[in-house]
Ligand binder design. Structure first.
Ligand code: F6R
Length: 249
């Protein structure tokens, strides 16, 4: 389950090749995408893959995990803005190919149920990319979220708001709520890769390794899925026992 690479750049190179191969083998792939610092090198490496030039992206569909409530797509900290800036605009994907929850929803409950339904109707996620919060959240599924949850509105925990406060000028500007794909939606994906890099994720990975599936540690839901890989750099893997690790050359 835990694969250790020499550096975040080595993870980005491997994972971007894997994503591209996935798209080339199945041009109508439905990808589940994540934002956050961890994904930035992955998307940057994908855009540099030479094989991207002759890859047909016209039938690709993407669904992002989450979006803050209250930020317009034009806000530099919205996940919509992030995805356009780091990936979609350079890939040249059409608007109808990419999906994020609408953080300016007036009827957010309908927005949530429509989002899960749209993914299911499209045929389900082929490949889900995940980061992980220091409290073990996946998407914005905070500790205590039931494993059978679907897309829902979440009140962000103070840990998450403080972690993400680094992207905002002041804590007052950090949104209090978000929409996230539910844990069951994530577990419905056919294949999942979670990436964690840096010393600040080492204890989270230690807890993930030692805790049986438990809603108080949302990432442990992945232990219920048959096709999950967790990609770590040496810093994030530093508190795991050697026998738990597969070292990738
Ligand atoms: C982002 C997301 C979050 C992040 C997590 C880690 O779409 O779903 O779960 O993956 O908060 O964020 P970083 O990578 O910034 O440490």
């Amino acid at each position: 389950m835990f694969y250790v690479f020499s550096s975040p750049a080595a993870i980005a190179e491997h994972l971007s090749q894997q994503l591209l191969e996935h798209i080339r083998n199945k041009p109508d792939s439905i990808l589940g995408l994540a934002t956050g610092s961890t994904m930035e090198p992955v998307y940057a490496a994908l855009l540099k893959q030479p094989a991207l030039q002759d890859t047909d992206l016209s039938r690709l569909t993407t669904y992002n995990l989450d979006e803050y409530i209250g930020l317009p797509a034009s806000h530099p900290q919205s996940y919509n803005y992030y995805m356009h800036h780091h990936l979609f605009d350079t890939l040249g994907l059409k608007a109808e190919q990419t999906h994020l929850p609408n953080g300016l929803c007036s009827d957010c409950n309908s927005e949530c149920s429509d989002y899960s339904a749209a993914i299911a109707e499209a045929g389900g996620l082929d490949f889900q990319l995940l980061g992980v919060g220091s409290n073990g959240h996946i998407g914005f599924n905070e500790p205590g979220t039931p494993f059978d949850s679907r897309t829902h509105v979440v009140k962000l925990s103070e840990t998450t708001r403080i972690d993400n406060g680094r992207f905002f000028d002041s804590m007052d500007e950090v949104p209090t709520h978000a929409i996230t794909l539910g844990i069951q939606d994530i577990l419905d994906a056919k294949e999942i890769v979670l990436v964690a890099t840096g010393e600040h994720k080492a204890e989270t990975m230690n807890l993930l390794y030692r805790t049986p599936a438990d809603p108080q540690m949302p990432a442990t839901a992945l232990k219920l899925h048959p096709n999950v890989r967790i990609y770590l750099d040496p810093a994030a893997a530093s508190r795991l026992p050697q026998e738990a690790l597969y070292h990738v050359e």
